[in-house]
Design a protein around this ligand. Structure first.
Ligand code: ADP
Length: 398
């Protein structure tokens, strides 16, 4: 089955056309600067074949049409007609408490997604625009919503309730939801396979460390706790997000610098984390370079980053009363040798032993702990698009 996977942001649209039989992406790409001037990058079998700056994309509908045009293009298209697209899988960020699994999109489902807009005001409206744009271009093709939050709906109350008045949960559903669920689900399943464990009787920890990052405790195949919260701001230090801080810092800075709540949120979401702490950029490679050049702030940031991840892993070992295997995934988790090594060194007390040679590998499935390590540690490259395509196929074929 050929599944078009769509990940729509407020001014961007990422896509992949995946053949679920071979599990390969036939084509992929990105529309950026939608509503500004428009830029389209299109790749076939991973090779960039088009990178156009002026594509005039006034809205997402036009962007979707341009993507479909690329897919059937006479010269470098990968399908001969749009009828070959049998289903569309949409990444939807927030499903609130209403969605614990992926669903076929109906009008009722769209309404329910809309009712979660408050919880993800930057993401959900964009996801809905993408759904509408695809519906218009491919009216008879079934579409599926795959939620970032769904995998975490198995968390027990003690893990998702905050220590604030209960009425905020009752009235506004203020609670921990967690994100990156598609990745945590995909990686935990693969981790169990690689470690030779029965997923249904295992204690796993997945460290998804990209520009955004979250750590999840997966017990017997279910998420039982995760580091992101009501929003993706909570948890480990991230590229530009602060992660967990003393909430009183917000009031303190607001008073000192006469800032509004919106300005403070911008600081915490966009100007903090690796970027704000180091004074460099949010890109891990710049941090690494800064540290190598003797930049003290970069060194402190690197240490704090590793420490923040290790603390969550430690907490989740306690939460599950043990751990059998740990995975590192996403841009930094898969590629940054010093991060996984640094985190693993904190875990010596668990019997984690680093395989120095294997730890140097990047971006591939590999065990980075020694064979006699009590807890097995792996790099497991994530593939959220493939996970969305698999979910979509399953639901459409039912
Ligand atoms: P997101 O999907 O959250 O935007 P990614 O998972 O793509 O983020 O991760 C982006 C991060 O991965 C960046 O900080 C980038 O520097 C880091 N990264 C990518 N490649 C490498 C590499 N080879 N070595 C170290 N870090 C890398």
């Amino acid at each position: 089955m050929k599944v078009l996977v769509i990940n729509c942001g407020s001014s961007s649209l990422k896509y992949q056309l995946i053949d679920t039989k071979t599990e390969q992406a036939l084509a992929s790409g990105l529309c950026e600067r939608i509503g500004i001037d428009g830029q389209l990058t299109h790749k076939v079998a991973g090779k960039k074949i088009k990178d156009e700056e002026k594509n005039a994309m006034p809205n997402h509908e036009v962007a979707v049409q341009l993507v479909l045009d690329e897919l059937v293009d006479k010269e470098y298209g990968v399908i001969s007609s749009l009828q070959e697209i049998e289903a569309v899988g949409h990444r939807v960020v927030h499903g609130g408490e209403q969605f614990a699994a992926s669903v076929i999109i109906t009008d009722e489902v769209k309404e329910a997604i809309e009712s979660c807009n408050d919880l993800a005001p930057l993401h959900n409206p964009a996801n809905l625009i993408g759904i509408d744009a695809c519906k218009k271009a491919l009216p008879n093709v079934p579409m599926v919503a795959v939620f970032d939050t769904a995998f975490h709906q198995t968390m027990p109350e003690k893990a998702y309730m905050y220590g604030i008045p209960y009425r905020y949960y009752e009235e506004y559903k203020v609670r921990r939801y967690g994100f990156h669920g598609t990745s945590h689900s995909f990686v935990s399943k693969r981790l169990a396979e690689l470690a030779g464990l029965d997923l249904k009787q295992s204690k796993l920890i997945v460290c998804h460390i990209g520009n955004g990052g979250s750590v999840t405790a997966v017990k017997n195949g279910e998420s039982v706790d995760t580091s992101m919260g009501l929003t993706p701001l909570e948890g480990i230090i991230m590229g530009t997000r602060s992660g967990s801080i003393d909430p009183a810092i917000m009031e303190f800075i607001a008073h000192k610098e006469k800032k509004s709540i919106d300005e403070i949120m911008t600081i915490l979401n966009k100007e903090s984390g690796l970027s704000g702490m180091s004074g460099l950029t949010s890109d891990f490679r710049d941090l690494r370079k800064g540290k190598a050049e003797g930049n003290k702030q970069a060194e402190i940031t690197m240490d704090a980053f590793i420490y923040s991840i290790a603390k969550y892993v430690g907490a989740y070992v306690a939460a599950m009363n043990g751990v059998d295997a740990i995975a590192f995934t996403a841009g930094i988790g898969e590629n940054a040798i010093e991060i996984r090594k640094g985190v693993m060194e904190y875990l010596g007390y668990l019997g984690v032993k680093v395989d120095e040679a294997a730890c140097e590998k990047t971006g591939e499935e590999v065990m980075v702990s020694t064979a006699d390590s009590k807890v097995k540690v792996f790099i497991v490259p994530t593939n959220e698009e493939l996970a969305i395509a698999r979910e979509t196929r399953c639901l459409v074929e039912k």
